[in-house]
Write a protein that binds this ligand. Structure first.
Ligand SMILES: [Zn+2]
Length: 102
């Protein structure tokens, strides 16, 4: 990520990506880091967790602690508001791809 504009764009893409996966099933942080890696985003926990906290604070994600083999893990899921935001973001993303993709 070399320019400010790219960083800002990628942050938005990552946020949409997170909401998309949260809608499919609840996830935990290190799973999301791996998932984003598959899409070419090399994101550290120090970058991901503040994004997750912001999405929670904005009411788009909710978080629940679960005990997995004696280890407390935070699972994030999408809220109704998050689903609404995802639908709108998707519409706009598809519209943009139609415009620039061809
Ligand atoms: Zn994905």
């Amino acid at each position: 990520m070399d320019s400010k504009i790219l960083r800002k764009l990628f942050l938005g893409f990552i946020e949409i990506h997170i909401l998309h996966h949260a809608k499919k099933k609840p996830f935990y942080g290190s799973w999301m880091i791996e998932e984003l890696k598959h899409h070419g985003y090399d994101i550290s926990p120090g970058t991901l967790y503040p994004i997750l906290h912001t999405l929670c604070r904005e009411g788009l994600l909710s978080v629940e602690e679960q005990n997995v083999n004696g280890k407390i893990r935070k699972y994030y899921s999408i809220t109704k508001e998050g689903e609404d935001v995802l639908i709108k973001a998707k519409e706009k993303a598809l519209e943009l791809i139609n415009e620039i993709g061809g």
